[in-house]
Design a protein around this ligand. Structure first.
Ligand code: HBI
Ligand code: FE
Length: 312
C-alpha cells in the first residue's frame, strides 16, 4: 500500500533540492543547520503566555459545534488547556506515546523539502514565536499558536498521524516531478482548510480554520464559500490564496477516506498528468464536483479582506 511512496528512499537523510525545482527561496538564519531546527524552544514572557491564553479562550468559545470531534479529543488527550504556551519537550513526550510524533521548533517558514522531510520522520516543525496583540486576529506566518493549537491535536489521532507522514513522503516524489505546488495545494485544502462530515453536519479539521475566529464560522456556516467533496486530482489542480478566507472548502467523509484517497494512488501517473500551473480558480465549481453547498461568493464579490466586507 504505502510502498509506492516509499521507493524514494528511507527518508532518513535530508534530500538535496534539485536546482530546477519551482519553489520559493528562503534565507536560512546563520545559527541554524540544514534541518532548520532551533537548538531549543524560545523562552516566553508572561505577556506571551497571556496572549496564548487569550487566543485559546477565544477559540474555545467558537469551536464547539464547529471543530471535528477528533480535534477536540486531541486537545483533551494532550491537556492543551493547562494554560500558557506548551513546552514542546513535554508535548512530544505525550505525543510519542500516542502516535510516535514529536514537535520541534523552527523560526519561520522553512523550505518545502525540509518541511516534508521532517513530516516523513514524524516530526512536526512548529513556529517558535507567538504573535503580538497588534497581530492578534491575523498573521500570515505560522506562529506557535497556529501550529500547536491548530495542528498538533490532530496528530494525536493514529490515522491522521499516518496521513501526515505519508504526505511528507509524497513530497520526495513531488520534488522529482517538479510538482511541489500541486502537493502544496493538497496540503492547503486538507491539512490547513479541510472539512469533514459528521453525520449530516460539516465540521472543521484544518488547522487554518481551527486557529482563527473568523474562518471557523465562515468555513462551517457562511453562504459565501463552496463546500465540495474532496477529489485529490481536482484539488491538486486548484489555485489557492494564503491572504484571505477561502472561496472553496473541500470535505472528506472520514480520515480513513482521506488516507486512502492519497496513499492508495499512483502518484507517478498523477504527477505526469499534472500541468506545471494550476488549472482551476479557487472559486470555481467544475463538472466533476460533488457539491454540498454552492457558495454565493458574496464575501469575495464585495472585495474580501481589506474591503470591510462581512464574512457572510
Ligand atoms: N514551514 N514552518 C513551516 N510551516 C509550514 O506549514 C510549512 C513550512 N514550509 C513549507 C510548507 N509548509 C509547505 O511545504 C506546505 O504548506 C505544503
Ligand atoms: Fe499550518
Amino acid at each position: 500500500m504505502a510502498t509506492k511512496l516509499e521507493t524514494d528512499g528511507d527518508f532518513h537523510a535530508l534530500p538535496d533540492l534539485p536546482a530546477d525545482v519551482f519553489t520559493a527561496p528562503l534565507k536560512k538564519p546563520a545559527h541554524l543547520g540544514g534541518d532548520w531546527l532551533e537548538p531549543k524552544q524560545a523562552e516566553y514572557t508572561s505577556e506571551d503566555h497571556a496572549i496564548w491564553n487569550d487566543l485559546f479562550a477565544r477559540q474555545m468559545d467558537i469551536l464547539p459545534g464547529r471543530a471535528c470531534s477528533t480535534f477536540l479529543a486531541g486537545l483533551q488527550k494532550l491537556n492543551l488547556a493547562r494554560g500558557g504556551v506548551p513546552e514542546f519537550a513535554q508535548l512530544s513526550e505525550e505525543l510519542e506515546k500516542l502516535t510516535g510524533w514529536s514537535v520541534v521548533p523552527v523560526p519561520m517558514l522553512i523550505p518545502d523539502h525540509v518541511f516534508f522531510w521532517h513530516l516523513a520522520n514524524r516530526r512536526f516543525p512548529a513556529g517558535n514565536f507567538i504573535r503580538t496583540r497588534e497581530t492578534f486576529d491575523y498573521i500570515q506566518e505560522p506562529d506557535v499558536f497556529h501550529d500547536v493549537f491548530g495542528h498538533v491535536p490532530m496528530l494525536a489521532d493514529p490515522i491522521y498521524a499516518d496521513y501526515m507522514q505519508e504526505y511528507g513522503r509524497a513530497g520526495w516524489k513531488a520534488m522529482r516531478y517538479n510538482r511541489l505546488k500541486a502537493l502544496g495545494a493538497l496540503y492547503w485544502y486538507t491539512v490547513e482548510f479541510g472539512l469533514i462530515l459528521e453525520g449530516q453536519d460539516v465540521r472543521a479539521y484544518g488547522a487554518g480554520i481551527l486557529s482563527g475566529p473568523a474562518e471557523a464560522q465562515f468555513a462551517v456556516e457562511a453562504q459565501s464559500p463552496n463546500r465540495i467533496m474532496l477529489n485529490v486530482d481536482r484539488v491538486m489542480r486548484t489555485d489557492y490564496v494564503i491572504s484571505d478566507l477561502q472561496p472553496s472548502y473541500f470535505v472528506i467523509e472520514s480520515f480513513e477516506d482521506l488516507y486512502h484517497q492519497t496513499v492508495d494512488r499512483d502518484f507517478d501517473r498523477l504527477y505526469r498528468s499534472l500541468p506545471p500551473a494550476f488549472t482551476y480558480a479557487n472559486s470555481a465549481v467544475i463538472d466533476v464536483d460533488d457539491v454540498l453547498h454552492r457558495g454565493s461568493q458574496e464575501y469575495l464579490l464585495r472585495g474580501g479582506r481589506g474591503s470591510g466586507a462581512l464574512p457572510v
